[in-house]
Design a protein. Sequence first.
Length: 245
Amino acid sequence: MQEELAALEELQKLDLDILELSNELGSIPIAIEETRENVSHIGEILERERERLRESEEWRRDREKAVELQSDLLTKSKAKLQLARNEKENKAAQREIDTIRKNIQEREKETLDVMEAIEQYRKAIEEHTVEFSELEKHLKATEEEGNERMREMESAIGNTEERRAQLSSRVPDKLLRQYERIHKRLGLALVPVIEGSCTGCNIGLQPQMYNLLQRGNKIFTCPNCFRILVYKKVEDPESGAEKQD
């Protein structure tokens, strides 16, 4: 019976190893995908900034053309002023000149404003281009390291499962099925009993069951959580001798 329990304990250790390896294996693609999403996010920001830059430069060119057009109109209006034949024509030409000059000032201010925005966009694009390049390198390294690590994990899981299969053959079928059922439901199927209590659910065992468990002639399960119980001796930390319950 003790050999069967020892085999189950070793089996549980292997199952815990497999679980840990499987969790790590599953976390690697998640980490890669998170890095890929970061790269994609910065790429989208970069593309939006480039689009805003293109729109701003086009808008600047339109303002500059508007200034050129207004400047041509100003030249013509000044010519009209020179040719004015009376006060009425003089005032009309002057009002036209004032309006055109105001329009030119407004367009020039708009041009300066958009040039400042363009400079900010260019600076942001430069910074995000560097960040994007670094993230791409990081993604490539993460993928390469992750793929290598996953191959290692898959190999380790395969080896551990092979050892588990060999170990399972040493456990009676009925006991193995019981273990598998508990393991699937609760995770830990075997738990030690220390100082008369099940460490799986912390319930105290009846003295008669505890005494029988210590003899090691029969397999017991906890009456509360139904895990398989394993008696563990507790040594006195000072003397090193087994403590008496």
